[in-house]
Design a protein. Structure first.
Length: 512
């Protein structure tokens, strides 16, 4: 009788093993190899902010929140739930009991506090301080409950916690310096970095105790640095890599004709516009900016110049951000006659001359689109001097304009990405008086952004962000042109659906 009881108990024990162990048993043997082009310079989750790093960090680190593919509003991730308290000035998170980092430390409230406050340690070097500036203090309520007290109401912080504040084990990171943290990462994510030879590649192994019942799906992930686009395509066709992105148009048919590879495409987060830095001289007059908008044939640019690898777009926020309005209309049709009339009304019947700054390599069709803009503006009498420069020169000259006492007005062609889906930062960066990528100053725009930031409901934020977009369009503050496609190449042995925001959630990838 006792023997039967122990057999029964043993069976029950296996039936009720923790979910993470069950998930681990489902991990498939095999390897998926991907390339982002280049490699990250660090794996310390709290120091850098590069687009590549924000994707790779999630392989090994969890965040409190997560933005699901195609969604604008984040959901709990490392936290199992959250509450908004104190009219939006306090965020309370309930953690998943029993979850551990890969070194055995617990992913509890103390770990959250340490991870969110680590950047404040004396001498800590980071470019992420802006992401944490809203935090006043972090309170450990109990072992599994933590509260983030904000200096001001900021519901956008929920989204920021899907991009920043990666959770780390406090004892380990408190015991090492930043140099070691950069190369010896430990997190609670779906994969653990087990090998990293800079310039050669990274190898990640599945975390067998990951808390999610479905992920990760495949045992090994390799990340290779392949900077040249042609080299990446060749590696895909040979089956040496399974996922590549940013595929030039000339390679698409070759990939599609290969029996072992295929193409996936989606609208990317990057939206291209023609801006003014600063608004001055002729462009200080709104009628001149509106005239330039009427001179640009956006349909032709998308159809002929970028070969259909994108779409005409009407706003600065993309489909998976707050403020996006699928019914938004661009108030300026292609109308050269109206353009010339507005120029004449503004006192420039014969047009004027102005410089256009553009990067020669950073974007798809980096040379072709600015050249098309030069031709279109030229037809209404605006003589544009195109200056194609390196990306480093572009950023130096763009930001240098703000430091000059009387800068010469110029145009610039730029694509803003906002892969993090943060409408506060994106609209502020592009339109606020002190915005990093803003070439003009309109105090009314700043006021709208402040109201949106202090809204106490997500619905109110959405409403004000849309009003901000409408005001930008009416003011012709920047001329929105097109949204690029993101084109991925994948081997057919991989089962994976791409995102639109430059991120690769590799733990969701499977082998067929």
């Amino acid at each position: 009788m006792k023997k039967k009881f122990w057999i029964f108990a043993l069976v029950l024990g296996f039936l009720f093993l923790p979910l993470s162990v069950d998930a681990g048993n489902k991990i498939k043997k095999g390897t998926i190899t991907i390339t982002f082009g280049t490699s990250p310079v660090t794996m310390d989750p709290h120091t850098s902010s590069s687009a590549i790093l924000t994707s790779i960090l999630r392989f090994s680190f969890d965040t409190l929140m997560h933005r699901a593919r195609g969604k604008a509003v984040p959901v709990p991730w490392a936290a199992k739930s959250y509450k908004v308290l104190n009219g939006g000035r306090t965020l309370e998170f309930h953690m998943r009991e029993g979850v551990k980092f890969t070194n055995g430390e617990e992913v509890d409230a103390e770990a959250v506090k340490f991870s969110l406050m680590r950047h404040r340690a004396p001498g800590f070097k980071t470019v992420q301080k802006r992401a944490f500036r809203a935090i006043d203090r972090v309170e450990v309520v109990s072992k599994w409950v933590v509260r983030i007290h904000l200096k001001y109401i900021d519901l956008g912080y929920l989204n920021r916690l899907a991009n920043w504040g990666h959770l780390v084990p406090p004892k380990y990171y408190a015991s090492i310096n930043q140099s070691k943290a950069a190369i010896k990462p430990i997190g609670s994510g779906p994969y653990k970095l087990v090998r990293w030879r800079k310039g050669i590649g990274m190898t990640f192994k599945a975390n067998p105790n990951y808390w999610h019942p479905k992920y990760p799906k495949v045992k090994t992930i390799r990340v290779l640095p392949l900077p040249e686009k042609g080299t990446r395509v060749a590696a895909l066709l040979k089956g040496e890599v399974d996922i590549i992105r940013n595929i030039p148009a000339q390679f698409i048919k070759q990939i599609e004709d290969n029996p072992k590879s295929g193409i996936q495409s989606t609208r990317n987060v990057r939206i291209f516009h023609l801006g003014f830095n600063p608004m001055g001289g002729p462009t200080l007059d709104r009628r001149v900016r509106q005239a330039m908008a009427h001179a640009i044939d956006r349909e032709t640019i998308v159809r002929d110049v970028v070969e259909g690898k994108g779409a005409v777009f009407n706003q600065a926020t993309h489909q998976t951000t707050e403020g996006y309005n699928p019914k938004a209309k661009w108030p300026y049709d292609y109308n050269p006659k109206k353009s010339k009339k507005l120029l004449a009304e503004a006192g420039y019947p014969n047009g004027f001359s102005i410089d256009l700054l553009a990067s020669s390599q950073r974007y798809p069709y980096a040379k072709a689109v600015p050249e098309a803009l030069v031709g279109m503006l030229g037809k209404v009498g605006i003589k544009v001097n195109l200056q194609l420069v390196t990306w480093r020169t572009f950023t130096t000259r763009f930001r240098g304009q703000k430091k000059k006492r009387n800068p010469k007005p110029m145009l610039y062609y730029y694509g803003y990405g906002n892969g993090g889906g943060d409408s506060d930062n994106a609209l502020g960066a592009q339109n606020a008086c002190k915005g990093k990528w803003s070439g003009h100053c309109n105090p009314a725009m700043d006021a709208l952004l402040r109201v949106a930031g202090s809204a106490t409901t997500l619905e109110r934020r959405q409403e004000i962000f849309r009003l901000t977009e409408e005001a930008m369009a009416k003011d012709a503050a920047k001329l929105i042109i097109w949204q690029t496609d993101d084109i991925y190449g994948l081997t057919k042995r991989v089962d994976f659906k791409i995102r639109n925001d430059d991120r690769i959630d590799i733990w969701m990838a499977d082998l067929k």
